[in-house]
Design a protein around this ligand. Structure first.
Ligand code: TYD
Length: 183
């Protein structure tokens, strides 16, 4: 059993403390219920000055920001990111849109953050996204749906390591931790 697996058998609070010092892969690993996910404000969201509104929702929910940057995404990163969609008819337009301006890439951490983020983001097709979701509140069309969130824990790990170097991710403890989680 690896050290990380042994960490996972413990409650996640000691894991955060132990892993930071002893688990080499702590920066991108998924720790049982404590997960990390990639969220990105797409070029339309940046242009429409929605960065703050989107960040606010994740902060208010109780998730912890562990990485963030404004960048012009390269076609190389995007072709890896959207590799599974490369044969779809909308793929060329998707890549053109994603390189049309800067994006804000973020890594959020917390209990069940992958699933919760997808629910907060809403349906891929903005026309189907429920009011109260980010896409449901801020967008009307699937091709301009303002935000990305990883759709599974495995995909999140892959996407985080595609968009971030491990040194760009910060492990830190929030002072309201006891108010958000059972100790
Ligand atoms: P996808 O990974 O299926 O959805 P999600 O972003 O919800 O995980 O698709 C990636 C992006 O491709 C999607 O956010 C918007 C764009 N897209 C289109 O422009 N047209 C389409 O018909 C689909 C399915 C996606």
């Amino acid at each position: 059993m690896s050290f990380l697996q042994r960490c996972l058998l413990r409650s996640w609070i000691p894991v955060t403390t132990i892993a930071r010092t002893r688990c080499p892969s702590y920066s991108t690993a998924v720790h049982g219920s404590l997960e990390r996910t990639l969220v990105a404000v797409k070029p339309d969201g940046v242009q429409r000055r929605l960065i703050g509104d989107i960040i606010k929702r994740f902060e208010q929910r109780g998730f912890k920001l562990v990485g963030m940057k404004l960048l012009q995404a390269s076609e190389g990163v995007l072709s890896e990111h959207y590799h599974d969609l490369r044969r779809k008819p909308f793929y060329p337009a998707l890549i053109r849109y994603m390189v049309s301006g800067p994006v804000v890439a973020m890594v959020w951490e917390g209990h069940n953050v992958v699933r919760s983020s997808r629910l907060m983001v809403g349906e891929t097709d903005s026309a189907q996204a429920k009011p109260g979701t980010i896409r449901g509140d801020f967008s009307v069309h699937i091709s301009r749906n303002v935000v990305h969130a990883s759709d599974s824990a495995e995909v999140a790990e892959r996407e985080i390591s595609l968009w971030f170097h491990s040194a760009e991710l910060i492990s830190w403890e929030t002072s309201d931790h006891r108010d958000l989680y059972q100790m």
